[in-house]
Design a protein around this ligand. Sequence first.
Ligand SMILES: [Zn+2]
Ligand SMILES: [Zn+2]
Length: 141
Amino acid sequence: MGSDRLAERLRERGYRATPQRLAVGRAMQRLAHHATADQVAEALARDMPGLALPTVYAALEVLETLGDVRRVATIGGTAYFETTARPHHHAICTRCGTIEDLEAEAGLKPVLEAARRVGFADARAEVTILGTCPRCRGRTP
Ligand SMILES: [Zn+2]
Ligand SMILES: [Zn+2]
């Protein structure tokens, strides 16, 4: 999605299309999955010197409200974000915080239907599997 489109969608939702929000949106498209606010700030350090971490965080939260970005997990107080362009599930190691993308069909229809029954619209669902990764188990996968 282009940043013009993001600017438009920000305005539609009553947000100002600030250069910071647009830059964070672009950085999230560019960065690998599961970026922290720190990594986003780092990626933008050259383009936007002086961009403060709280500003990045706030921009990520706005993009989350828009549905462009989602919080994958918060591990040891650090939140990991990714774009919602490619829906998938996750396995997260509860010891070291490793996040693996999982490409699998999940039978979430009954859960989404239950959400609709309690009045939720635009519902989406992803599965997060918690466990111990092979490295923490001292094995290769
Ligand atoms: Zn681990
Ligand atoms: Zn992911």
